[in-house]
Design a binder for this molecule. Sequence first.
Ligand code: PEP
Ligand code: MG
Length: 560
Amino acid sequence: MNILEGKAVFEGIAIGKIAVFKKAEKLVRREKITDIENEINRYAQARETAVNQLRALYDKALKEVGEANAEIFEAHELMVEDGDYIDSVENIIRTQSVNAEYAVAQTGDSFSKMFLEMDDEYFRGRATDIKDITERIINALVGGTDGSMDSDEPVIVVADDLAPSETVQMDKDKILSFVTVHGSVNSHTSILAKTMNIPAVISCDISLEDDMNGKMAIVDGFQGKVYIEPDKEILKEKREILSREQEKRELLLKLKGKKNITIDGQKINIYANIGNIKDLAMVIKNDAGGIGLFRSEFIYLESEDYPTEDYQFEIYKEVATAMAGKKVIIRTLDIGADKQADYFNLPKEENPAMGLRAIRICLTRPEIFKTQIRALLRASAFGKISIMYPMIISVDEVREIKAIVEEVKAELDKDSIPYDRNIEQGVMIETPAAVMMAPELAKEVDFFSVGTNDLTQYTLAIDRQNQNLDKFYNPHHPAILRMLKMIVDGAHSAGAWAGICGELGSDLSLTKEFLAMGYDELSVSPGRILPLRKQVIETDVSEYKKQKEQLKLKKEAHKC
Ligand code: PEP
Ligand code: MG
């Protein structure tokens, strides 16, 4: 048995086999080889694996998202089998006596460059497809998974780190847990683990070698430990914890249908954060009062090209319909920084977190924004949709956004397309500028939702993705707590409501404080809803305020 330590980002126990997820691009090295025919053969086998994966993906997509969206996998299959591409790879292997991985990477680079240089926009867009199939073939060559998880049984996914664009491809039903070598507590892998309600350990020095595949392991998301090939005693001990956890979950299920109301009668809405339409099942299972944050950028990350208005409309409509009149807050796309989609062709930046991201892209490229707003407004005729704008820093921005929304509404009116005329609009408060402008911003919108992940990053000047800074990343910092009070007071001063949709919203040690501050809503990962409801039901806010006041008086008396 081998015991490894890391940082726990979601509690729980997972027991199962390991599947190593490898990033293709990092593994490609130029190696001299002597057995050319063997290398050509390896390439042929990798092509076959890639084709099989693509066929499976086609079938899956056909069932889940329909023929039009599944076609991309057929197109990729044709590219894998393309004669020119194959000739180029084989030619490089033969003439340079190099490994197949290198030959594929070289070919992928030159073919995608060739497409990028074409005048026709359609062909330029195909460069992304070439990169995609190139990565798939390299993955097949190095023996890593492609994220679609070949295994029939659920597995513990072990990876260097996972980008949002990689996690979106994964078949979530087949993931028991995540273990990553890198990643920070606020990365999207952590958020995904929380959404999926599965244990995860990051910053763990685990091997990514092929021989790890299929090994039995235990992930302990309470202690941040990973046991590789555990002995019988540990297995017994962890199985017992697992069954106790399951019992606790069953108990929490009894809170379904109960109101989120404190002992002294204060109400709060508890909503769910989602990134994908597939998360809806968890939202309903955990009895969310609504959706407080739908990270719509995942629709863009999952797509090969800009998602069309109709495609988006169908998704938003499905969410609104499934929530049957409950509030669904959809955040407009928050692309940029750690969430990159190749086809946006965003410039490389020194400081992406402070760069062209989120609303800044939308206001720079309004045609993309208008497409999304049209889809959202159209879908608002089918349920209770609210629109939320990320990364706001000024009142002027909000006015510019509202003018665009009015333009879109006028277009819809002209075409007699129905939409909710009173659709709620709100902003995320995730920059210190927005906090300082809260009273003015509140006059412009219906609600605020605090993005504590980014607000902490921008207030403490700490990159949320940088694992070396986790020990400084303190969302309980008094500056953040003071800001949270300013935000809710700012909202209420102009009759807007305020919620928190960042990870801090599910921090049970702060629930009393949020209630005392007067927050109207907390939006958390679906798996956190019932524990949070329990905490609310057990809180007496007036008693808590009294205790706080007494403590303050005591401290003051002590000073004198
Ligand atoms: C946040 O910043 O707190 C937030 C909810 O948005 P995201 O984590 O998607 O950046
Ligand atoms: Mg954010």
